[in-house]
Design a protein around this ligand. Structure first.
Ligand code: ADP
Ligand code: 5GP
Length: 220
């Protein structure tokens, strides 16, 4: 082990793009929020949406809320890395913050649906790590949507009606987690992030580190 006074060994690596998807209400935003609060190496990709702001949401923190015209302008100017229509609203990922984060080797978290996950997978497959969150039961999914108490009954009905079709996409993800107990599900996501950061092909700094290691001649 290195002496306690020495600086910790830092090995340069590429940033990773952690994509989390689930049917609405399964808990992906809750898990994402806990991860962002506890892990300062990862930041949220703040999407653009045409959906109405929920009472608890803050402009620029949870989403950039835009009208349809402005959304179309961003999309048609190629300023979105991916976009999709979900539950009757448009959502998209601003391109610039992602490209900057990747160039600087920082991690980003994407709370996006399966259509967005597919687009990122096609464009940046080496950087994407994808996680699909399932609810323990459909009854619990329904109760969570009601307990969240931020959407109208009509919106909840649309989201529930769409949930089976969304769940069908679970096979397209690297990891699948059942969010029964929140803490267990969160720990699973944390383990994935920790392990993925250690992947050899992400750690370009490992070459220099190993070279230095084999060239080192310890004094007798
Ligand atoms: P999503 O982002 O997938 O639409 P949310 O994270 O908003 O879902 O979660 C929906 C509701 O379910 C929230 O009220 C949240 O507090 C609750 N919730 C999330 N995970 C759990 C869990 N494991 N057990 C009980 N309630 C949960
Ligand atoms: P909500 O309205 O509950 O915040 O999100 C509805 C759905 O849209 C969720 O599945 C969420 O992950 C997805 N979503 C949010 N932002 C984006 C985005 O930028 N792109 C895509 N493709 N989906 C998004």
């Amino acid at each position: 082990m290195s002496p306690a006074t020495a600086a910790p060994i830092k090995i340069d690596r590429r940033g990773l793009m952690l994509v989390i998807s689930s049917p609405s209400g399964a808990g992906k935003s809750t898990i994402a929020r806990t991860l962002l609060e506890t892990d300062k190496e990862i930041s949220l990709s703040v999407s653009v949406t045409t959906r109405q702001r929920r009472p608890s949401e803050i402009e620029g923190v949870h989403y950039h809320f835009k009208g349809i015209r402005e959304f179309e302008r961003l999309r048609d100017s190629d300023l979105l890395l991916e976009w999709a229509e979900v539950h009757g609203n448009f959502y998209g990922t601003p391109r610039e913050p992602v490209e900057t984060a990747m160039a600087e080797g920082r991690d980003m978290l994407f709370d996006i649906d399966w259509q967005g996950a597919q687009q990122l997978q096609e464009k940046m497959s080496a950087d994407v790590v994808s996680v699909f969150i399932l609810p323990p039961t459909m009854t619990e999914l329904q109760s969570r949507l009601h307990r969240r108490a931020e959407d109208s009954e009509a919106v909840i009905a649309t989201r529930l009606a769409n949930s089976r079709a969304e769940i069908e996409h679970w096979r397209e993800y690297d990891y699948v987690i059942v969010n029964d107990d929140l803490n267990t599900a969160f720990e699973a996501v944390r383990s994935i992030v920790r392990a993925e950061r250690l992947r050899r092909d992400r750690r370009h700094g490992i070459f220099d580190f190993v070279r230095g290691l084999v060239e080192e001649n310890p004094k007798l």
